[in-house]
Design a protein around this ligand. Structure first.
Ligand code: ADP
Ligand code: MG
Length: 298
């Protein structure tokens, strides 16, 4: 393609809300044979809401959510925001409630958070975080987790002073058009894979809903990048689509990193392409544009 054609291509992209950072990215996009998708905030809306709470201890929802929200208010994670918002609803009385002070707050990336609230040790996160703290998961909690995951929700476990005290089920629905986009990619002979830090149960349910067959769950940020490199070593030209800090190593490793416009600044910086409208149809827009610029119409 001539420099003019590349300029026209990036210009057309920009006018459609697909920002392509340079000719190399536009060129690589038409060779993409495999796309790795992050789940939360990429395939899903990324605005999760609490839909169910199972409290296992003798305490009111108000008491439970006061401790949990006081811990999560220190986290930037979308799941944390969902929990704090729900905590506000449970509290009802104030628009901006003052939560009890959280001491020794620690965030364990990809697992959860912990803090000392009202002299109680609060741990909020996934099952593996509980197991790392040598906490037994009671049968009732196990059941609540399975129920949530079967409905494509994320089950978050809460422990108070070394005992599992409840499970919070959080729902983050698929983006409109996500299923269609995956199906179109399939017809274009492009393989779609989902890689997520979320648990296997939820990941598989979401993958099934969206029509993706290959799933990797409970992946740490470095593992997302390793998966991209592994696919490249197997001969694929790989695009990665993600929105989070945890996706940035994979966005950099990919032949074409595509960031969701509504995502974090770090992901947007790490990417070669920014999907300003945050929808998945624009993954196809970017590839089409590249095909038209570099290989005429295929
Ligand atoms: P994803 O790759 O789907 O965007 P993350 O890697 O950010 O997910 O998180 C993985 C999992 O770790 C979440 O599904 C959740 O179970 C747990 N987790 C992470 N941060 C928090 C938090 N602040 N509160 C509760 N759980 C969390
Ligand atoms: Mg994400």
């Amino acid at each position: 393609a001539t420099p003019t054609a590349v300029m026209v291509g990036t210009g057309v992209g920009a006018s459609q809300g697909v920002l392509i950072k340079g000719g190399q990215a536009l060129e690589s996009a038409h060779k993409v044979s495999c796309i790795v998708f992050d789940k939360t905030g990429t395939l899903t809306v990324g605005k999760p809401v609490v839909v169910n709470t199972r409290i296992l201890k003798n305490m009111t929802p108000r008491e439970f959510y006061e401790l949990v929200a006081a811990t999560e208010v220190n986290s930037e994670h979308p799941l944390a925001k969902a929990i704090v918002n729900y905590g506000k609803k449970v509290k009802k009385d104030e628009e901006n409630p003052v939560w009890p002070e959280a001491k020794n707050f620690v965030s364990i990336t990809g697992h959860g958070v912990k803090a000392l609230v009202k002299n109680k040790e609060i741990i909020v996160g996934n099952k593996s975080l509980m197991l790392e703290h040598n906490l037994a998961i009671p049968v009732e909690a196990e059941e609540a987790l399975e129920e949530a995951e079967g409905m494509a929700q994320t089950g978050i476990v809460v422990s108070i002073d070394g005992e599992v005290a409840g499970v919070v089920a959080i729902s983050d629905p698929l983006k409109p058009g996500a299923r269609e986009a995956i199906s179109i990619l399939k017809s274009m002979k492009i393989k779609s894979i989902m890689v997520t830090g979320d648990n296997w149960g939820t990941a598989k349910s979401i993958a099934k809903e969206v029509g993706i067959e290959t799933v990797i769950a409970e992946a740490k940020p470095e593992q997302k990048a390793e998966k991209v490199k592994h696919l490249q070593a197997s001969g694929y030209t790989v695009a990665m689509v993600g929105d989070g800090i945890n996706d940035s190593p994979a966005l950099v490793a990919a032949d074409v990193g595509m960031a969701i416009g509504a995502g974090t600044d770090i992901a947007i910086e790490a990417a070669d392409v920014v999907l300003m409208k945050s929808n998945l149809e624009d993954v196809i827009t970017a590839i089409d544009l590249s095909r038209k610029t570099f290989s005429r119409i295929r």
